[in-house]
Write a protein that binds this ligand. Sequence first.
Ligand code: ADP
Ligand code: MG
Length: 576
Amino acid sequence: MTNKQLYIRLLGYSRPYLWRIVLSMIFSLVVAGSDVAYINLIEPLVDNIIAAGNHDLVYLVPVVIIGLAISKGVGRYLQEYYIKTAGQLVIQDLRNDLFTKIMHLSMAFHVRQSSGQLTSKVLNDVGVLQKSAADALVDGLRESFTLVGLVALAFYKDWRMAAVAFTVLPFCVIPASQLGRKIKINTRRSLGRIGFLTGTLQESFSGIKVVKAFGREETQIQQFKDENKLYYRFLKKAIKYTSLTAPAVEILAALGGAGVVWYGVNRVLSGDMTQGQLFSIVAAIMMMFTPVKRLTKVSNMIQQSIGAAEGVFNLLDEPLDVVDKPDAIAMPRVRGDIAFEHIAFSYGDEPILTDVSFHASPGEVIALVGPSGAGKSTAVGLVARFYDPQQGSVRIDGYDIRDISLDSLKKNLAFVDQETFLFNGSIKDNIRYGMLDADDQAVVEAARQAYADEFIAKLPQGYDTSIGDRGVRLSGGQRQRLCVARALLKDAPILILDEATSALDTESEAMVQKALVNLMENRTTLVIAHRLSTIMHADRIVVLDQGRVAEVGSHQELLELGGLYRNLYDMQFREA
Ligand SMILES: Nc1ncnc2c1ncn2[C@@H]1O[C@H](COP(=O)(O)OP(=O)(O)O)[C@@H](O)[C@H]1O
Ligand SMILES: [Mg+2]
């Protein structure tokens, strides 16, 4: 993306807040006008009041000074208020768009990205953009107007002297733009580092138990320190170049200033110019350097925001791979006929699933069995469209699921795996996660069928007890039963169970297993399990091996076949 494209996109975001920006521009004009008026009044002050000894007009001097100060102050306040709120609103929109985008990106994207990097993008990158863009807008508008006013005044008063001052201006622009490029690059790099920093933080906090168990606190600390140091390295460069700009411009500006004063003094001495004219124009030119300096600073800030914006827009431009077709079909409630048809899938180059076909009639339980890494989780994930297959299709009730709207597909699915993720919030809200309009009675009924009712009743606030990060601690089995209740309440015709009990101890496994039996009733179920009882009672068993369907049949048939299933059975299940 070129800088120009980035500017245009950023400007696109400010369109809804145009009136704020226009108001701010108007008040910038008031501020700039007040400054120019000050300078313009020096000449009559010196020539008409002081030099002419006009006592009657002296009272005007403080009145004018105070009046102009008030108009400048009020203008400045309103200018800043409107432009800064506009900036914040733009940032808010950008952040919302970014989060929306991240939420809609497929699992293929999410497994590639660390959550730390994503968090950092939404918070830090947008934050830098916010700060630099707001400052740039505030100063940019005001200082450009002031500069234009002062330049016009200087040329109007004496174009020859103004021209002398201006010969140095091009020399100011060149180093400023060179430095600007470096600032942009280093801002982008430093933001990349802060992504890693956030990642290290997140990992250390969420994995604190493992850190403590292995006594690895010092390693984590060292890693954090190293990341911090790397971040500082890029930041230091950015600071170096930002701080260099103003002095460089100042020195160049002094050359211009020196030329002007030298030339002007000569002209006053030779009688070509009054003292008032000289003071006035020298003041105008000297004052001009302030906006020039500030504007180079503004250009630095713009480079910083461009550095940050690049990453933000790149993420916003990430192609959405799993999306609704324009004419996607909304399926109210499917019967639950699932067909895998010649599926080929890979995450990258290596094929993970090859020519996988099997079928589940409504209400059937199909067990997927196979060695670890055979592609079982990948296969069931395709039904939820975590990814789309490269070849073949998954059909539900005869429809390719890519033709069904994502929303209606998800409404027809319940998914339970071994990650028992619960959100911060009450037990009730967690059970209701997939079915927001369920009433309390339905929640309790789902919990009862999931064998969760009993332990929930014993919690301090029952169904209103807070869980997740800041609430009660639940055991693995209890958490899993809440997940089962969540799936039960959703009452979807298709159920996917991916090793739902494998992280549990035998006792809680038995409980969860009982809950799962309730859950599987009257649904088409794809189940990946390590428990023989689940697999034995499946209508069909699909044995996957290295991404291919190796065997299909009932427990008895497959045992008699004496193939891979027989081997797995002998190794894993016999003792059960
Ligand atoms: N997100 C991913 N990116 C790349 N490869 C993956 C990803 N997830 C799984 N795999 C690979 O795909 C293969 C199948 O994995 P998976 O479906 O989880 O197997 P199973 O559930 O049968 O143990 C494995 O070789 C695994 O390394
Ligand atoms: Mg798996």
